[in-house]
Design a protein around this ligand. Structure first.
Ligand code: ADP
Ligand code: 5GP
Length: 209
């Protein structure tokens, strides 16, 4: 163990939002700003969007392979979202946490509920759009969905937004910089929890120096 750092397990940040609220944008930017923070790459049966890279944005698999992974218990959580299957790999998640890095899980409300049941100690963050009107504008701007898919996402958004009480924190993503500041504050506060400080580290590096 070095002076600056105690060897401790990483924290788990579960981030959900209705599609188009800005979750991907916020999560990407926060990982550029903060060290020691990593996203868990999910598996999905969805087709890649233009610009998405396999193994970076998602691991893109067939439904057959995905269902095989469910049967083997490879996922800590999985869900069907907008007609596609998405899941978090148990192995990937455990590897990141054991390395001491904090993990961001960008998952839907069904997945968040499963994680809440299995992991007692995650920090649950919900990102809201400023309004449904603005959510429609953002989905149109992204232009990565068909009209039919977009309407389905908007309908589902209302049901998801009503689940906000399950989360510890809510960020209304109006001005991006302000949302990033709020997200960063939540992560930095979590890192200062006394429960995260190893008593052997405090003895060695504070009390005996
Ligand atoms: P999600 O991952 O939640 O589906 P994205 O991050 O892809 O959403 O964002 C959807 C669209 O909204 C993108 O075009 C993105 O650039 C834009 N966007 C994200 N945050 C903001 C914001 N605070 N103000 C305006 N546009 C935003
Ligand atoms: P998209 O198709 O826009 O990338 O993602 C659609 C939704 O699936 C988003 O709400 C996203 O958070 C969610 N999602 C992505 N990966 C996972 C996952 O591994 N598990 C669950 N439950 N949801 C996921």
């Amino acid at each position: 163990m070095t002076k600056g750092k105690s060897r401790e397990q990483g924290s788990l940040f579960i981030v959900s939002a209705p599609s188009g609220a800005g979750k991907t944008t916020i999560c990407r930017k926060i990982m550029e700003t903060l060290d020691n923070l990593q996203a868990s790459v999910s598996y999905t049966t969805r087709k890649p969007r233009p610009g998405e890279a396999a193994g970076v944005d998602y691991t893109f698999v067939t439904e057959k392979r995905f269902r095989g992974m469910i049967d083997k218990g490879d996922f800590v959580e999985w869900a069907e979202v907008h007609g596609n299957l998405y899941g978090t790999s148990r192995k990937r998640l455990e590897r990141i946490i054991a390395s001491g890095r904090d993990v961001i899980l960008d998952i839907d409300t069904q997945g968040a509920r499963q994680i809440k049941k299995t992991f007692g100690n995650g920090v649950f963050i919900f990102i809201l759009p400023p309004s449904m009107t603005e959510l429609r504008v953002r989905l149109e701007k992204r232009m990565s969905n068909t009209r039919e898919d977009m309407e389905r996402r908007l309908k589902r958004a209302v049901a998801e937004i009503r689940e906000y009480k399950m989360y510890d924190y809510v960020i209304v993503n109006d001005q991006l910089n302000s949302s990033l500041g709020k997200f960063e504050s939540i992560i930095l506060a979590e890192r200062q929890r006394s429960a995260k400080k190893d008593s052997a580290w405090v003895e060695k590096n504070i009390i005996r120096r």
